[in-house]
Design a protein around this ligand. Structure first.
Ligand code: NAG
Ligand code: NAG
Length: 252
């Protein structure tokens, strides 16, 4: 399968390996206060993903970022430093979408309930979700941020990077990705340019006009755009229902 998950193994070396964005640039520190850096374990190996704060006690990310012992770092710019703005919170419960399918990566969305509320500060605050089906049209310029890899063979980033990406016509993705579905996915990233999200950016937000419209899901092995993003507006009722559910208090 040609699908490439945009996640990366974290090497626990002093320099660390964490991931970046291709052809992007460093973000003005704390200008994206909703960004979350996730670390989790699968079979005793560490992985990283991006995510974003949607409420004081909930982070939204991709379902393929599911693992155990997940921690969320909010308020970070340089993820390898202990910045005073950072808040590290463990995840109480990970709730992947019940219809997530790891084979074709449909419904690649997951809510993480935090063990405690984040303190909202100038470096930590939630991002707005779309009200309903606010249209995301081809030609719109949106952006993705992450601590993922800068290039296919490059090392990973310490400081948060961002890249602007243009929404593409659905044919650009349906011709490359067999299971692409425009009702639950967004196609973005101009195939004539190299700009792309890459390994380690998985789960991060695809932001249009200050609204989180998508979630970094997958792309091609060689890193060339377009990539596929989970279309958040298709999951609003699931998000609302899940965040208001009474039995979220119980044990895992
Ligand atoms: C929020 O602030 C309180 C009081 O300063 C502190 O005890 C708590 O650890 C902070 N929470 C986080 C997630 O950093
Ligand atoms: C998906 O494509 C169909 C057919 O082109 C179109 O009618 C529909 O509005 C599209 N859905 C979204 C969410 O863009």
């Amino acid at each position: 399968m040609l699908l490439r998950l945009l996640l990366v193994a974290l090497l626990l070396s002093p320099t660390g390996e964490a991931g970046k964005i291709i052809e992007g640039h460093e973000v003005k520190p704390h200008s994206r206060p909703y960004m979350a850096f996730l670390r989790y374990q699968i079979s005793q190996k560490s992985f990283i993903c991006g995510g974003f704060l949607v409420r004081e006690d909930f982070v939204l990310t991709a379902a393929h970022c599911l693992g155990s012992s997940t921690s969320v770092t909010l308020g970070a710019h340089n993820i390898h430093q202990q910045e005073r703005t950072q808040q590290v919170i463990l995840v109480r419960r990970a709730i992947p979408h019940p219809d997530y399918d790891s084979k074709n990566l449909v419904n690649d969305i997951m809510l993480l309930q935090l063990t405690r509320k984040a303190n909202l500060t100038s470096a930590v605050s939630p991002i707005r979700l779309p009200w309903r089906r606010e249209p995301v049209k081809p030609g719109m310029v949106c952006s993705v941020a992450g601590w993922g890899r800068l290039g296919v063979n490059d090392p990973v980033a310490e400081k948060l990077q961002e890249v602007e990406l243009e929404v593409q016509r659905d044919e650009q993705c349906s011709s490359r990705y067999k299971d692409y579905n425009n009702n639950t996915q967004i196609c973005a990233g101009d195939p004539r340019k190299r700009k792309s999200s890459f390994k380690g950016d998985s789960g991060g937000p695809f932001v249009c006009n200050g609204v989180a419209q998508g979630i970094v899901s997958f792309g091609q092995l060689n890193g060339t755009p377009p990539n596929v993003y989970t279309r958040i507006s298709s999951f609003l009722s699931w998000i609302q229902k899940t965040m208001s559910h009474d039995n979220l208090q119980g044990p895992d």
